[in-house]
Ligand binder design. Structure first.
Ligand SMILES: *Cc1c(COP(=O)(O)O)cnc(C)c1O
Length: 423
């Protein structure tokens, strides 16, 4: 048996109905935007392995930093101790984060970053003796799969089985073109009740919803409204962070900054699982007290793992090189040119581009579901053609490593054009 067959003896994969799923290609090697399976079939990783890998697979610079750290100090507990790499990484983040972000809390993945953000907002009000137990989020939001993050998420089949056990969350529509006024009016109504601790959002792009985009000016207004009513704003930049939107953070497009931010995915260049929740001074001050019970009693065994911090430091160095910034611009220009070419196609309903993100909605007759039949047909066609793309229903999106070559990008575009002819 090969690895692909042996895999199914023991492994239970994420978001997978194993009865109908079949075998998974076993990837044994990666370099830059390419992956190879055990039969030497080559794939272009056009979604950066779930949005984590901007600088390419098996990146030597990050690998060297990790190796050096592993042979110097692989791990030390962060309870009662600190270490040089956590200090250096926090200092580095302070130079790239919005200037109102003052405190860094480390954890392991995007969901835990969101848990920490939500717990921070809820306990802030509890500590003040002014309990608020509800939060506001977007319809079709995705914030992760642990209970707090799941409660904030609005994609119903992810959360349906657990809906009676979740934190209370009230939803406002995504303020896409035409919805702005409805969203703002509803938000104004909600925050005026003083029952909500926070408004959590994916800034400018909702990834898992199918790269749904909205404009900075409406988010600007929403943050201003929350500020007036002292409802904390949480920007979940787990997907958008570290260059994906063309700026370091999506919130860099805004003048009004969020109170809390969640980072993960590209933070370590797709090498070591790590996440960060950043806070403005006001949230931190709500926990700063003689009373130990007012502390944030949250932590993970691998909090601020030194190897993860070393990987993140190397990743941010790479992001800041002229070469990587030029790559981001190159991918963006290439997407815009493809958008011009494809948007009039009779099978294309809409297209959108921001930074390295491209999305295209295919015309359907019925409401195509997240994991529906068209999705399966598209996915299989791409895999057969050596392209890793994971359409969301009838939405095909590209979010490649920034180092993808023009030739590889062209192959992705051509394959999308081909699929439009057969779908
Ligand atoms: C992926 C994602 C998460 C969850 O991150 P995990 O590491 O999968 O737990 C949270 N928020 C957003 C916006 C994401 O894209």
């Amino acid at each position: 048996m090969n690895f692909s067959e042996r895999d199914l003896l023991y492994n239970w994969h994420p978001y997978t109905q194993h009865k109908t799923a079949g075998f998974h290609p076993a990837i044994v090697k990666g370099k830059d935007a390419l992956l190879w399976d055990e039969n030497d079939k080559e794939f272009i990783d056009a979604i950066a392995s779930w949005w984590v890998n901007p600088f390419g697979h098996s990146n030597q610079f990050i690998a060297d930093a990790i190796y050096k750290q592993l042979t110097t100090l692989e791990h030390v507990l962060f309870g009662g101790f600190t270490h040089d790499k956590a200090v250096l990484l926090s200092e580095k983040l302070m130079t790239i984060l919005p200037s109102n972000q003052k405190k860094i809390f480390y954890s392991d993945n995007g969901s835990t970053a969101v848990e920490v953000a939500i717990k921070g907002a809820l306990q802030y009000f509890y500590n003040k003796g002014n309990k608020r137990s509800k939060i506001i989020a977007f319809e079709d939001a995705f914030h992760g799969d642990t209970f707090g993050a799941m409660a904030a998420s609005g994609i119903s089949f992810y959360t349906e089985a657990f809906k009676d056990s979740l934190l209370e969350v009230v939803r406002v529509p995504i303020p896409t073109s035409g919805n702005e006024l409805r969203t703002i009016a509803l938000l104004e109504q909600l925050v005026a009740t003083n029952e909500y601790a926070a408004f959590i959002f994916e800034p400018l792009v909702l990834g898992a919803a199918g790269m749904v985009m909205y404009q900075p000016d409406v988010l600007e207004k929403m943050i201003a409204i929350c500020n007036i009513h002292k409802v904390f704003t949480i920007a979940d930049e787990v997907m958008t962070g570290f260059g994906k939107t063309g700026k370091t953070f999506a919130t860099d497009y805004l003048v009004n900054k969020p109170d809390i931010m969640c980072l993960s995915k590209a933070l370590t260049g797709g090498t070591i699982p790590m996440a960060i929740t950043t806070f403005c001074q006001e949230v931190y001050d709500g926990f700063f007290d003689e009373d130990i019970n007012k502390a944030l009693f949250h932590g993970h065994t691998f909090t601020a793992n030194p190897t993860g911090c070393a990987a993140a430091l190397a990743s941010i160095d790479l992001l800041q090189t002229d070469e990587m910034q030029a790559n981001i611009k190159r991918v963006n220009s290439s997407h815009l040119a493809f958008e011009q070419k494809i948007k009039q196609h009779s099978k294309v309903r809409t297209t959108r581009v921001l930074g390295v993100i491209f999305a295209l909605e295919i015309v359907t007759t019925s409401a195509e579901s997240y994991y529906g039949s068209m999705r399966t047909q598209l996915y299989n066609f791409f895999i057969e053609n050596g392209i890793i793309l994971r359409p969301v229903g009838n939405i095909v999106y590209i979010l490649p490593p920034y180092v993808i070559t023009n030739k590889q990008l062209e192959k992705v575009y051509v394959t999308i054009e081909k699929v439009l002819e057969i779908i």
